[in-house]
Design a protein around this ligand. Structure first.
Ligand code: C5P
Length: 224
């Protein structure tokens, strides 16, 4: 049977903690990949640690958001890490997406839509007056146009994204209960897969507290 796929968000700068996360999340029932974000990638030993990780699915959540030239140089600068997935904000614009896709080679280029920590009220504050779903739909069209390999969106928008984007869909903002922390557009793991997510990104609900118990809870939740 096909295994459910989870990217564990390794959100810490502490190498022993990261080692513990990797050890305690490996199991035979789920396919696990490891996501390293801005916190770890900018930490003193983070990059070096990732360069030595073997036989793991690695997701560099760099969230590049810049002009095309800088985006391209950034990809070139990180290529030695041989990560499997790498993110950039779709709001960098179509030119930047296309330019990066040209140089990303074997790395799967993942377009990030509106962050799951934002809702319509916060978007309005920034000056975006369209409904979040409309913006995400538009962004998914751009991702398809630029031939990106995957997209990050809220699990609440998977059905909208799927209309125009036919490749992998990765969804953060996953919660088992009402403890949403800073996330606004959340769903449970089961709902997210039901909507058609290929990969879930889960951080705090797995890495905070007892990691083994959290993984068990996740497996039980998925089998119910
Ligand atoms: O702890 P939590 O499960 O909220 O972690 C979610 C992870 O996914 C974090 O590492 C965060 O940076 C990342 N992420 C996100 N929303 C996006 C893109 C990435 O929460 N739209």
């Amino acid at each position: 049977m096909k295994k459910n796929k989870i990217f564990v968000a390794c959100d810490s700068t502490n190498i022993s903690k990261i080692q513990k996360i990797i050890k305690e999340t490996s199991n035979t029932e789920l396919e696990i990949g490891y996501k390293f974000g801005l916190e770890f990638l900018n930490s003193k030993n983070g990059r070096n640690f990732i360069s030595k990780l073997k036989k793991k699915i690695i997701f560099a959540d760099l969230k590049i958001h810049d002009i095309p030239n800088t985006c391209v140089s950034t990809i070139k600068a990180i290529k030695d890490l041989k990560v499997n997935y790498l993110t950039m904000h779709i709001s960098s614009g179509l030119n930047a997406l296309k330019a990066v896709k040209k140089v990303s080679g074997k790395i799967k280029l993942v377009g990030v839509t509106i962050l799951t920590s934002l809702d319509n009220k916060i978007l309005k504050e920034i000056g975006f007056n369209k409904d979040v779903k409309k913006i995400v739909y538009n962004q998914a069209k751009l991702a398809a146009k630029a031939k990106l390999d995957a997209i990050v969106c809220s699990a609440q928008e998977v059905n909208i994204v799927k209309k125009v984007f036919k490749k992998e869909i990765i969804t953060p903002g996953i919660r088992f209960d009402s403890k949403t922390n800073d996330q606004k557009r959340t769903l449970t793991p089961k709902q997210a897969y039901k909507n058609g997510s290929d990969w879930l990104v889960i951080g705090r609900p797995i890495i905070k507290g007892n990691i083994n118990a959290n993984i068990r809870k996740l497996i039980d939740h998925l089998s119910q």
